[in-house]
Each structure stands twice: as structure tokens, then as C-alpha cells.
Design a protein around this ligand. Structure first.
Ligand SMILES: [Zn+2]
Length: 110
């Protein structure tokens, strides 16, 4: 059986909420990876449930799975090394050198 580009989707991630799901989706799509979300949208009745009540699955095509997982791993890595601004206490991703909230330099120290 040869490997063909299939249209099979596989779930690669469970986002904690819709907000995270959409931010990850945007990140992956920026890398030309098609993403579908599951778990939301059943109730388009926005407002009836808190946004974080439902886990949202991220689905990508089989052949893009490894690329997507690598990007997600980088994302999680960045998340783990987030730093806390000594000026305002805001958490910033490791990719930011300045606090996105108050603009304080990461290296300003305490
Ligand atoms: Zn700050």
C-alpha cells in the first residue's frame, strides 16, 4: 500500500478552551497547516455557557500531523518558559523581550 495524501484528519491537541483553540489554529494556519476544531459550535448559543466550559479539539490532516505537533511542542515550550514582568506582574511568553502589558524590559530584573 503506497502512502497517498489522504484527507484523513487526526486530533493532535485538546485545547482547554475556545480561546486557546483559536489562537493555536491561527498559529498553525499561519504555517499553512489546515486546522479544524471540534467540540465547539454545537451551541452557537454563545453566552449560555462560559467559554471555558468545553474542551476544543484541534484536528489536522494526517500528512501535516508531524509539522503541526512540532509547532505545538514549540508553543508549549514557550509557554513553560514564560516570564513574569517585575513591573506589573504580567506573564509574558518567552519570545517577548518586552512586557506586552507595560513595556518593561525583560532583563530589567527585580
Ligand atoms: Zn509589565
Amino acid at each position: 500500500m503506497g502512502k497517498v495524501m489522504s484527507d484523513n484528519w487526526c486530533k493532535i491537541y485538546d485545547a482547554a478552551n475556545s480561546l486557546e483553540a483559536h489562537s493555536l489554529k491561527g498559529m498553525l494556519e499561519a504555517q499553512h497547516i489546515a486546522v479544524q476544531l471540534s467540540g465547539e459550535g454545537l451551541g452557537s448559543a454563545v453566552g449560555e455557557l462560559p467559554a471555558n466550559a468545553v474542551e476544543v479539539g484541534l484536528w489536522v490532516r494526517d500528512f501535516q500531523q508531524s509539522s503541526a505537533q512540532r509547532l505545538l511542542a514549540e508553543y508549549e515550550q514557550a509557554d513553560q518558559t514564560a516570564w513574569v514582568c517585575t513591573g506589573c506582574g504580567e506573564q509574558n511568553g518567552s519570545q517577548f523581550e518586552l512586557c506586552w502589558q507595560c513595556g518593561r524590559d525583560r532583563a530589567a530584573g527585580s
